[in-house]
Design a protein around this ligand. Structure first.
Ligand SMILES: *Cc1c(COP(=O)(O)O)cnc(C)c1O
Length: 361
């Protein structure tokens, strides 16, 4: 798909927007009117099309469904609180991550310029679907899967690229409180040499069983630990995790088992810009338990596009409960969340040029 190719747009005759309760969006309960679709065939991407949202034609033996040759992305379009303009947040980082996920899964790469053209094309077609409330956004979900019917375990010759969009609230908005995590000591999300750093379907199906079990035990999310020793913190569900230890903020290093979050990268940059020390390194449950006991663990928080930045109340590892220090000064997680939202909604200066305006015609 070259960035030269025009997107062909076919609009719905009547919008379904009136059927959506914009005062209670949830996360993924509603989708916008249109979708973008583009097919890879004969070793090339075809013309991207924006069409009314509808079911896909999927081969019943599609390699993507049977063997998991499938990747996705997640980003948001934000309504400008003051200027009413629509902004994307660092979409070039999503384009780069999609390309590296594609490479890991042997899926033909979509060039960054074409990715940008498709995302902005769909957002421009769905401006009416971008919620206006602060903290809400139009979530953009690009996805590519192998859509060739075959039985051999091998890279496919046909792929379908789709983008759907959903007006959403913040992922944990309904919780309205800090999260309780279970540090998972039996199951693992990702192994060294595996696909943990790629946003690929197979990484998520395997987390459902442990997530359900954690939920029944009263936890909101899982803290994934390293596969080898179940001793080091890796990720909080679909978020990257941060620990504020005394004057320093620590997050696990990207060892190949951790998804390189755009929010993670942005949080680290904001902290550095504010003169707050950061450390990217392995951090063990034992170190955290000790810091929790002696009062040097001040805060725990998660970061991701869907959730933005959310405070974590506790991490339970078997019989040990790890907690940040209650009360105290203004929480860093609040400041980070607030600053991110202010940039995304065009209220604050954007010194690093993270946001990109979408021309809405
Ligand atoms: C998408 C995702 C994240 C967050 O990445 P962002 O780019 O910040 O949205 C973190 N962990 C996992 C496992 C994810 O799938």
């Amino acid at each position: 798909m070259s960035s030269m190719e025009e997107i062909v747009v076919t609009r719905r005759e009547v919008s379904r927007r009136e059927e959506v309760s914009f005062d209670d969006l949830g996360f993924g309960d509603f989708f916008s009117d249109h979708m973008l679709i583009c097919e890879w065939e004969d070793r090339r991407w075809g013309t991207p099309k924006i069409i009314p949202r509808q079911p896909l034609a999927v081969d019943p033996a599609a390699l993507g469904l049977h063997y998991g040759q499938s990747v996705f992305e997640g980003l948001k379009a934000y309504h400008g609180t003051r200027d009413g303009k629509i902004r994307l947040f660092r979409p070039e980082r999503n384009a780069a991550r999609l390309a590296s996920s594609c490479e890991r899964l042997c899926i033909p790469v979509i060039e960054a310029s074409a990715f940008r053209q498709c995302v902005t094309g769909l957002v421009a077609a769905e401006v009416e679907w971008v919620p206006r409330a602060r903290g809400e956004a139009l979530y953009i979900r690009p996805m590519i899967f192998a859509n060739e019917g075959h039985l051999a375990v091998r890279p496919a010759t046909r792929y379908t690229f789709v983008i759907v969009a959903a007006p959403v609230g913040q992922y944990f908005a309904r919780y309205n409180r800090a999260l309780r995590l279970k540090a998972e000591s039996t199951f693992t999300r990702a192994v060294p040499g595996g696909t943990g750093a790629a946003k690929t379907a197979g990484n998520y199906g395997a987390t459902l069983r442990p997530m359900l079990d954690a939920g029944s035990a009263g936890f909101d999310q899982i803290l994934w630990l390293d596969a080898h020793d179940h001793a080091f913190a890796e990720e909080a569900g679909q978020m990257n995790i941060f620990f504020r230890l005394r004057d320093e903020v620590v997050t696990p290093d990207l060892s190949g088992t951790i998804l390189p979050g755009v929010t993670r990268e942005s949080v680290l940059t904001m902290l550095e810009d504010w003169g707050i020390a950061t450390s990217v390194r392995r951090i063990s449950i034992a170190e955290l338990a000790k810091a929790s006991q002696d009062g040097t663990l001040l805060e725990i928080f998660g970061a991701g596009t869907a959730a933005v930045v959310v405070p974590i109340q506790s991490i339970t590892f078997r019989d040990t409960v790890i907690q940040g220090r209650p009360g105290g000064s203004a929480l860093l997680s609040e400041r980070l969340c607030e600053n991110l939202l202010a940039i995304q909604h065009g209220e604050a200066a954007d010194p690093r040029g993270w946001t990109q305006l979408v021309e809405t015609g």
